[in-house]
Design a protein around this ligand. Structure first.
Ligand code: NAP
Length: 283
């Protein structure tokens, strides 16, 4: 396993298993499969509504807790110091663990300054080893860091071959914040798994499009969170540490960057409202 050292000194496995959009009923088995394949970093969130099932898998896996790296995220509806702190305790209960390795503010909306203070307190109390943000774009990121004096350990952002976020990543890295890619396959958009450029590159190394896409990000210094409900694909996605893309292949893939989100605009008022309302009637 390769690790990225965070600004807290914690070591985060560079590949993690993401459970977004996995129905609760399937989550425990999926996480057990991922652990069996070798994943030791699991990424969930309050807003995925499957923390309890992740906790169940961790509890039954028999893997010592200290060998696992567990991430969850505070949703907008729990923003603010008191609410966020209470939600952290609730997440820990669901996850059946005394601490999470990484806690993120899921979205840059609501009273996330209060949430950040709650995370600082939770870290002091040992409930959280490292904390950071997700979906914080350069303006909000700089605002948060400069006004609190605390650089997030991680910024988890959309990042894949079609939206590489090169300039933004440089900024986060300058502040000592590690970048973790969500949707490292762009959820298969733009026919990524059949993209001819990735396929041609992959043939030289005997690797699939999925493996080339992950390897590109890893070599660019980005940790990755591939999601699959299929064990054979988990095996494929985990098998990305035995080859190195050449400089030319890295440059070819760098040229595929469209420099815009395939999912979401955080500056679109309708989208902001959608996110704020996302968990209403679900909690
Ligand atoms: N912080 C955030 O706001 C945020 C947002 C989105 C995601 N995330 C995190 O990032 C993780 C990954 O993102 P994501 O789930 O949106 O998308 P993703 O990992 O880019 O793509 C998942 C899709 O790719 C398919 N797939 C996976 N491996 C494959 C392979 N080897 N060959 C062919 N198809 C394959 C999966 O299908 P099957 O499952 O059917 O195999 C699924 O449809 C999430 O689970 C979550 O932990 C965070």
């Amino acid at each position: 396993m390769e690790y990225q050292t965070l600004n807290t000194g914690a070591k985060m496995p560079k590949i993690g298993y993401g459970v977004f959009q996995i129905p609760p009923k399937e989550t425990t088995q999926c996480v057990l499969d991922a652990l069996d394949v070798g994943f030791r970093h699991i990424d969930t969130a309050q807003a995925y509504f499957n923390e309890a099932e992740v906790g169940e898998a961790i509890a039954t896996s028999g893997i010592p807790r200290e060998e696992l790296f567990l991430t969850t995220k505070v949703w907008i509806s729990n923003a603010g110091e008191e609410k966020a702190y209470a939600s952290i305790q609730k997440s820990l209960e669901k996850l059946k663990t005394g601490y999470v390795d990484l806690l993120l503010i899921h979205q840059p909306f609501g009273d996330y300054y209060g949430t950040y203070r709650a995370m600082t307190k939770a870290q002091r109390e040992g409930l959280v080893k490292s904390f950071g943000v997700s979906n914080f774009f350069p303006d909000r990121f700089v605002d948060l860091v400069e006004c609190t004096g605390i650089a997030p350990a991680v910024n988890q952002i959309e990042c894949h071959v079609f939206n590489q976020q090169t300039k933004a990543r440089d900024l986060y890295t300058r502040y000592g914040t590690a970048v973790v890619a969500w949707a490292p396959f762009a959820e298969g958009k733009r026919n990524m798994f059949r993209n001819p450029t990735l396929a041609k590159i992959g043939r030289q190394y005997g690797k699939s499009n999925a493996q080339v896409a992950l390897r590109f990000l890893l070599q660019a210094g980005v940790s990755v969170l591939p999601k699959s409900v299929h064990k054979a694909r988990m095996v494929e996605n985990f098998d990305v540490f035995d080859f190195t893309l050449s400089i030319e292949d890295m440059q070819t893939i760098a040229a595929m960057d469209g420099d815009e989100s395939l999912f979401i605009s955080h500056t679109d008022p309708d989208m902001v409202k959608f996110l704020i309302d996302y968990t209403k009637n679900k909690e």
